[in-house]
Each structure stands twice: as structure tokens, then as C-alpha cells.
Design a binder for this molecule. Structure first.
Ligand SMILES: [Zn+2]
Length: 205
């Protein structure tokens, strides 16, 4: 928080309501963890919302528009989701951002969410090598190729339930590449928790 944050009244990153970083109406766009079918990832995936409407606005506000105070709200939502993955102790492994993207956002946004989850430890052991380009607009195959062999593991999470954490799952290419890289380093990922899912709704699956 900067001095400016203290002087300016905050507004809801979802709807613009004054006086809070996230109003209760917008927060109710997120729910308990719901399973998402994402072929090729491996461990089960849970999402807290669909990537549309106000949930999408809040994620974009946090990620791209500097609504940093949302990390506390997202952290609380993620904490509530961890029991779905397995018993504690939990370790959160944030999905890595491209270094240039993290720089322009003033830090790694998913690391900030992970650090706001008070009941879990955080192991920021994944990094993207410099050849990775922005995946927006890439096809599923191009996303996979973009990440192939470019997720580096630099460390080991402590024993317990290891949970990969990301903001949005689309094709699953990022989650799959992270899980594969961890497996290659001898680390089992027990589950993936994402704030939002951009995958089509698949009733009954
Ligand atoms: Zn709102």
C-alpha cells in the first residue's frame, strides 16, 4: 500500500462502488471450488468462478489494473478451497508469470495471492524461461509449444499437499506444463486451484 492508497478512497474493481476494493455483490461472483474437466493436466482442477462477468473484471482488475488489495480477498477464497484438494499441510506453488509481464505489473500477481493464504505455505519454485511469449490469442497447440521445456523448477516444496495456483485456466497448457515440470523434478502436484475457468461449462462432467 502506498501513501496514495491511503488518501484516495478505494473503489470496487468489479463494479466501481466506492469505499471497498471488492464489494460483497461482486465477491459473490466467486463460489466454493467446482471441479473442471481439463484433459491433459493430470491432477484434478478446481475453479472458484467462471471467467466471465464480474469475476473476470475482478481478475483483470487485480492482474492488469493494479487492484493489489484484491490479493487478500482472493487469498481468503483460495484458503476455503484447499480442503477440496486434500488434507493439510498445504503448499501453494504459484503458476509463474513471464518475467517481463511480472515486471510491468509490479511483481508476480499469483505469488501475491499465494502469500495471502494464511493457512498454506508458499513455494515459488516455478519459473518461465525467457523464450515464452504472451499466450493471448494462441491456439491450444501453440500454447503447448510455447511452454514446452520452458518451465523451470528451482527448488522443492515441503512435504504435504502440493497445489498449483493460477488465475485463469483456458486450454490447460500452463497447468499441464507446470505439473509436468514438477513431476520431472520428482514433485507430485495433488491438485490445481484457479480463480476462474474460461473453459465451456460441461454439465454432468
Ligand atoms: Zn462491486
Amino acid at each position: 500500500m502506498t501513501a496514495l492508497d491511503l488518501l484516495l478512497p478505494s473503489t470496487c474493481a468489479g463494479c466501481g462502488l466506492r469505499g471497498t476494493a471488492c464489494c460483497t455483490t461482486c465477491l459473490s461472483g466467486f463460489g466454493p471450488p467446482a471441479p473442471v474437466q481439463v484433459p491433459g493436466v493430470g491432477p484434478p482442477v478446481w475453479t472458484l468462478a467462471a471467467y466471465d462477468g464480474v469475476a473476470r473484471e475482478l481478475v483483470l482488475g487485480f492482474k492488469e489494473r493494479g487492484a493489489r488489495a484484491l490479493s487478500a480477498w482472493f487469498g481468503a477464497l483460495v484458503a476455503c478451497a484447499l480442503m477440496a484438494v486434500g488434507p493439510g499441510p498445504w503448499t501453494l506453488v504459484p503458476a509463474p508469470s513471464r518475467r517481463s509481464a511480472a515486471r510491468s505489473r509490479g511483481g508476480d500477481h499469483m505469488l501475491r495471492v499465494a502469500q495471502a493464504v494464511e493457512i498454506a505455505s508458499v513455494a515459488p519454485v516455478l519459473r518461465l524461461s525467457s523464450g515464452v511469449v504472451d499466450s493471448v490469442g494462441l491456439t491450444a497447440g501453440a500454447r503447448r509449444r510455447n511452454l514446452a521445456g520452458r518451465v523451470e523448477v528451482c527448488g522443492r516444496p515441503p512435504p504435504g499437499t502440493t497445489v498449483l495456483l493460477d488465475d485463469v485456466i483456458t486450454t490447460g497448457a500452463t497447468a499441464a506444463a507446470c505439473v509436468r515440470a514438477l513431476r520431472g523434478a520428482g514433485v507430485r502436484t495433488h491438485g490445481v486451484v484457479v480463480l476462474t475457468s474460461a473453459r465451456p461449462h460441461q454439465p454432468g462432467e
